[in-house]
Ligand binder design. Structure first.
Ligand code: CP
Length: 309
């Protein structure tokens, strides 16, 4: 099977074969990260522009590193310090950047649907969704999938428990699609106030009792509590949240022995996850971060038609 997509807006239309191709390509890129000189000429002459309207550490930096390791030129655009601060529209901004020769645009935006909009407006450049509102975060899902696949092999029949603020989580939505597509069973848990009203359409089982949700799980995936939403009164307090839904060593004991603990970052220590778990032997958080570089290298390579060494 060969790559057949110009844009990456979400993974909800990917087939199992698409994920398998991406995993295989990511594995190749991962081996570049093990070299003493981590540089390949595959994307020489290509231009990647990171357009981030929301803060990011992992996604923006790993796209930058990924592009640079493949010898692309990577430009970081931020709203502050650009002509967006003078009122230039998103449409005019991206047309301007495309006119300068951008081959790929990585976009993060607080509004759902912005990557779709850009994909319609741009004539030549590929669009990669780096997270749009509460809708999707496809590259996070791909790096999560790669991290789990690398450790566990086939994910057929594996139990994945995703716990926390599903309501506001673009990560959860993309992860559900990705894990289900490769045969895993996905359970959701968290307070009912942090579950979306369309939870039945998410193709995952809801178990309000976290201990039940993670019982026998192969992967326990904790989501960030979005502190910025706390004013809405969706849960009583951070302390109360930790007592009822935080992942502690004791609670982790309910999962399968050696279960992978995952989190997209940034972590709220002592809220959704205890520090002893986040830093413990079952934590895959930093492996996810490294996988983020390899996955984004693979995507840029496939989308921009990289040249083999
Ligand atoms: N997981 C994630 O998207 O992290 P950043 O917000 O730091 O990019």
């Amino acid at each position: 099977m060969s790559w057949r997509r110009k844009h990456l807006i979400d993974v909800d239309d990917w087939e199992r074969e698409d994920f398998e191709l991406l995993l295989e390509q990511t594995s190749n890129m991962d081996s570049i990260l093990d070299r003493s000189i981590k540089k390949a000429p595959a994307l020489r002459g290509k231009i990647v522009v990171n357009i981030f309207y929301e803060p990011s550490t992992r996604t923006r930096t790993s796209f930058e590193i990924a592009g640079k390791l493949l010898s692309a030129d990577v430009i970081n655009w931020t709203a502050s310090g650009s002509s967006a601060a003078k009122g230039e529209s998103l449409r005019d901004t991206i047309w301007t950047l495309e006119a300068m020769g951008a081959d790929a645009v990585v976009i993060r935006h607080g509004e759902v649907g912005v990557p779709y909009y850009l994909a319609e407006k741009l004539k030549k450049a590929s669009v990669i969704n780096g997270g749009d509102g509460t809708h999707a975060h496809p590259t996070q899902a791909l790096l999560d999938l790669y991290t789990a696949w690398r450790e566990l092999g086939s994910l057929d029949g594996k139990k994945v428990a995703i716990v926390g603020d599903i309501l506001h989580s673009r990560v959860a939505r993309s992860d559900i699609y990705a894990f289900k597509a490769v045969g895993a069973e996905v359970y959701l848990s968290g307070p009912s106030t942090l579950m979306p009203t369309d939870i039945n359409s998410l193709n995952a089982m809801y178990e309000p009792n976290i201990a039940e949700a993670i019982e026998g799980a192969d992967i326990v995936y904790m989501l960030r509590i979005q502190r910025e939403r706390q004013d809405a009164g969706l849960f009583p307090s951070l302390d109360e949240y930790h007592r009822r839904y935080g992942l502690t060593d004791k609670l982790l004991g309910k999962a399968k022995k050696g279960a992978l603990v995952m989190h997209p970052g940034p972590i709220n220590r002592g809220v959704e996850i205890a520090s002893s778990v986040a830093d413990g032997p079952q934590s895959f958080v930093l492996k996810q971060v490294r996988a983020g570089v390899a996955v984004r290298m693979a995507l840029l390579y496939l989308m921009l038609g990289g040249v083999k060494e």
